[in-house]
Design a protein around this ligand. Structure first.
Ligand code: PLP
Length: 388
């Protein structure tokens, strides 16, 4: 008999979601929008410290609207982290614009601010500054927001933060490195616009959904307008812009409100998973964990390791396959966007760091609902690969 499957990151309901959904049913607020959407936006904005929020059908939809709100058009350039999920990049191409990929630094796996400085100087010299920058906060770790935001300000490039994976993480600021509690912010709230995802594998989920946040209420109002088919204010149906059907339903917002109430517990559970893995695997030669940068507190959405085959005597694929044989889901670190067939031919600054992380990196099961026995199973398989 096969052992029960251990997933990479599966949905984990709290206690209140069903009652909130039942309330939506009892009041017949099934159809689009409704009081749960309004409340979810308010509660979410308060939780992350954003002034305004719009609940949407996905994180990808939120990014697409963010690009529209920055007036990204055909043949514009948009800079974006290369080490990420394709959803960070697809909306750039929806608009006919061109992604320009920027490599990561080794210390945080996130966009390298030094390389960004070089890239922006290069583009400024050529008279082709990007229309926006999408900064990804990878695997729950905040990028170095101050460094990136300063550069964006210097060159007048709007900053869009892709915090799809980083809800519940914290950025302390680099001007006081390592000093916790000083001007801490949530990744996603510093840029002109920030996005979050409630996809099924994220730290909290509405089955599918996303959020767009901004300090600028006019941007969020415009986002709500574009997300509901861009209907002009008139009694008849009149449109003078292309819109989308991108709003979150009231039923899913009810789930989101329940999930938000347990976000802190979910972060703590995922950080505890990572700590357990570190304690149990940290001595294995050639195995390293994704570092936690001094300037932030990660939500450890996924626990990621790298395996150096020359030292370990095994490699990423062998470990992944051994886990799969035990019905345990593990995934390679994101394949960099500049190496994706669909994005071939677009410019990239650097790339070797992201490539090395992809070649050696593995994401271990990280759900907040994993049991100690689940973690023991994963640990036993991984350790077994070092024993031969
Ligand atoms: C999940 C994810 C998205 C997209 O979110 P969806 O809600 O699935 O559309 C965007 N960016 C990153 C980095 C993600 O991990």
């Amino acid at each position: 008999m096969t052992k029960p499957r251990i997933y990479l990151s599966s949905p984990h309901m709290g206690g209140d979601e069903l009652a909130l959904v039942q309330e939506a049913f009892a009041t017949n607020w099934i159809a689009p929008l409704g009081p749960h959407v309004d409340a979810f936006e308010r509660e979410f904005a308060a939780k992350v410290g954003a002034a305004h929020a719009a609940a949407l059908s996905s994180g990808t939809a939120a990014l697409h609207l963010a690009l529209r709100l920055c007036d990204v058009q055909r043949d514009d350039d948009v800079m974006v982290s290369t080490l990420t999920f394709s959803a960070s990049v697809n909306p750039i191409v929806y608009e006919g614009a061109r992604p320009v990929f920027i490599d990561s630094d080794r210390g945080s796996w996130n966009l390298d601010p030094n390389l960004l400085a070089q890239a922006l100087a290069d583009r400024a010299q050529r008279g082709r500054l990007p229309k926006a920058l999408i900064l990804v906060h990878l695997y729950g770790q905040s990028a170095d927001i101050d460094a990136v935001a300063d550069l964006c300000e210097q060159y007048g490039v709007p900053l869009i933060e892709d915090a799809a994976e980083a809800l519940g993480a914290t950025y302390y600021g680099r001007r006081t490195p390592g000093i916790r509690g000083q001007k801490a912010v949530s990744p996603g709230t510093r840029g002109r616009l920030g996005i979050y995802s409630f996809n099924g594998n994220k730290i909290i989920t509405t089955s599918g959904g996303g959020m767009l946040v901004s300090a600028d209420v006019s941007l969020i109002e415009k986002a709500r307008f574009l997300a509901t088919q861009a209907r002009d204010p008139a009694p008849h149906y009149q449109h003078s812009q292309i819109g989308y059907n991108y709003r979150m339903s009231n039923v899913l917002a009810a789930i989101g409100r329940g999930q938000l109430r347990v976000l802190d517990e979910r972060v703590n559970a995922r950080r505890a998973n990572c700590a357990r893995y570190q304690a149990a695997l940290g001595d294995l030669p050639g195995l390293e964990f994704m570092p936690e940068a001094s300037f932030g507190r990660s939500n450890r959405w996924l626990t990621c390791i790298t395996i150096d085959p020359a030292v370990a005597g095994t490699d990423r694929e062998a470990v992944r396959e051994a886990l799969a044989a035990e019905n345990i889901e593990a995934r390679p670190v994101w394949k960099p966007m500049h190496r994706q067939p669909v994005f071939a031919g677009y410019d990239v600054y650097g790339g070797a760091v992201a490539e090395a992380l992809f070649d050696r990196g593995l994401c271990l099961p990280s759900g907040s609902n994993l049991t100690p026995a689940d973690l023991d199973r994963v640990i036993a398989v991984v350790r077994g690969m070092w024993r031969s």
